[in-house]
Design a protein around this ligand. Structure first.
Ligand code: MSP
Length: 536
């Protein structure tokens, strides 16, 4: 392990105010695909996810169920953990902000902040959005909204919901002192925020001027106490952002934790939704600068999954509070877990908002999985078993050097795929793999092995056709594994190659020429049975 480079990737930690839905699962899946890809590419991966348990919103969610906050959070943990397991999330750690390690780390952070000179006591007087756990100044709020009959209320400029007036003693983090430092950092690290167009948003926000941030609360107590001032609890975001460092040893002075922190920090990727970019690209970097810690290499911001509102015809962010959230189980029932993963990871452009629909899911599933990938595997394995007595053909000397249309596409394929995967462009990566899948299906039609098989004089030709197909399938199975891990293991198993599945040398294993000849081939069930009807 030790000689492998570290790759540390994180999801946001999810508020436990409601069960996870397709939107939250989407973000977790984006990270999972990257984590699986990096493990295969030879990295020592740490993939972190977890739950954000403090703050008013969670406290209120508990209260509305008649539960104390901790009891409520404990009751929600299985909802997240079970769903992640069901959709094949391979996280290495699961952090909860009510854990002792977070408590220690946050208190340690307060001490470092105090020493830094960027902390002062004052009083906050302004607006607070509980659903977003965000402060807004008088100038930022939307005052009224005739259309929605909210005249006279103060509304959140982001989510449009009513704000609370907050007046309380508070500690402030001197965010305003970091404007120039942040702008300089962005100049020096133009790929800090991805995709690139999001960087402009962040930059212009910082150029517009930064206000000091209230980082403690005194009007309620569901949070981590400020160690030197018992009346205050930590503002939920000040607590939550630190989870990324807590999970790799921050605030723990054991030798083991220190070594872990040195090895893992800074993280390579924080993957977040576009609504929480400012926290991750402005506040979090400033906090790290204040306490003299390194900044993460990249923040990748994805868009929202949206659903069309049947009344207005407009696309709306999917969320529990809007009542338009689709439960992951509905998609799993339709597509199976791996079909679900394939659709969300390859048909949704990851930087943009994306309208999702069951019709489109069926189309993609049928076209790419049932008719293309599944069909290719089934036909090729079937023919191998039929013409070569249940086995892969015996390989002849130098087969891997011979030109053929599939080899031409497969040469260098891993490099083209990696270029996309490295920047979380899974749509691009899928296109690279599907080019080979489609070419292989055409190759079957063009070379007509069923006709060749009838002529004993063409036995060598038949062998080459099947070998080229199987070798293409072997490579595609590896490249599709981060998205559909179980299917790829199954495909390799059917070709007696299951030990290859756990590779940590993706580039090596994707080189043309490593098929095993004369080993058992299993035809097996259809990997992706065609969906016959438009169900929803
Ligand atoms: N607790 C904070 C994050 C703290 S990270 C230090 C939070 N939690 S959240 O549960 O509200 O949202 C978590 C993530 O889910 C966000 O990145 C958000 O963008 C994402 N999504 C919530 N609904 C979504 C969609 N409809 N589509 C895509 N992602 C969505 O914010």
């Amino acid at each position: 392990m030790a000689d492998k480079p570290s790759f540390y990737i994180t999801t946001p930690i999810y508020y436990v105010n409601a069960a996870p839905h397709l939107g939250t699962a989407y973000c977790t899946m984006l990270c999972d695909v990257q984590a699986r890809y990096r493990r295969a590419a030879g990295y020592d991966v740490k993939f972190l996810t977890g739950m954000d348990e403090h703050g008013q919103k969670v406290e209120e969610a508990g209260a509305s169920h008649g539960m104390k906050p901790q009891e409520w959070c404990d009751s929600q943990e299985p909802l997240f953990k079970d769903l992640w397991k069901q959709i094949e999330i391979s996280n290495d750690d699961f952090i909860r902000t009510t854990q002792q390690r977070q408590y220690k780390a946050v208190q340690y952070l307060w001490e470092r902040m105090k020493e830094s000179g960027y902390l002062y006591k004052g009083s906050y007087d302004g607006w607070y959005c509980v659903p977003e756990e965000t402060y807004f100044t008088e100038n930022q709020v939307r005052k009224s909204d005739e259309a929605n009959e909210t005249v006279g209320q103060h509304l959140c400029p982001d989510c449009g919901r009513p704000l609370e007036r907050v007046q309380e003693e508070s500690y402030f983090f001197k965010l305003s002192a970091f404007q120039d430092k942040l702008l300089k950092f962005y100049d020096e690290h133009p790929d800090f925020v991805q995709p690139a167009f999001r960087m402009n948003e962040v930059r212009s926000f910082v150029e517009g001027g930064l206000q000091d941030l209230s980082v403690s609360r005194t009007s309620f107590d569901w949070g981590i106490p400020v160690p030197f001032d018992g009346k205050h609890v930590t503002y939920v975001w000040f607590d939550a952002l630190l989870n990324y460092m807590t999970a790799v040893g921050y605030g723990d002075d054991s030798d083991e934790a220190k070594a872990e922190l040195a090895r893992r920090w800074p993280a390579q990727y924080h993957v977040v939704g576009k609504d929480i970019i400012r926290f991750h690209c402005v506040i979090w970097p400033a906090m790290l600068m204040a306490i003299g810690e390194a900044l993460p290499s990249h923040v990748f911001a994805h868009g929202f999954l949206t659903v069309r509102n049947s009344e207005t015809g407009k696309a709306e962010k999917m969320s529990k509070s809007r009542g338009n959230a689709i439960a992951p189980q509905d998609v799993i029932d339709l597509l199976g877990v791996e079909g679900y993963r394939y659709y969300f990871m390859t048909d949704v452009t990851h930087g943009e908002d994306s309208a999702i629909s069951f019709e489109r899911m069926e189309q993609v599933y049928n076209a790419d999985l049932a008719n293309s990938w599944g069909n290719l595997v089934s036909r090729a394995l079937n023919m191998s078993a039929k013409y070569f007595d249940g086995k892969t053909p015996e390989l002849d000397e130098g087969w891997e050097q011979r030109d053929n249309p599939l080899r031409a596409i497969a040469l260098g394929i891993e490099g083209r795929y990696a270029k996309c995967m490295d920047s979380l462009d899974y749509v691009g990566a899928k296109d690279v793999v599907m080019e080979l899948v489609h070419a292989a299906n055409h190759y079957i039609e063009d070379s007509a092995p069923w006709a060749v098989a009838k002529d004993p004089a063409r036995a060598g030709e038949l062998r080459d056709i099947i070998v080229n197909l199987l070798e293409s399938i072997r490579i595609c199975a590896h490249l599709l594994a981060p998205i559909m891990p179980e299917t790829s293991v199954e495909v390799l198993r059917r070709m007696s190659l299951e030990e290859e599945a756990a590779t940590d040398d993706l580039a090596g294993v994707c080189e043309w020429g490593q098929l095993k000849g004369g080993v058992d081939v299993t035809k097996g069930e259809a990997l992706f049975p065609r969906l016959a009807s438009q169900k929803k």
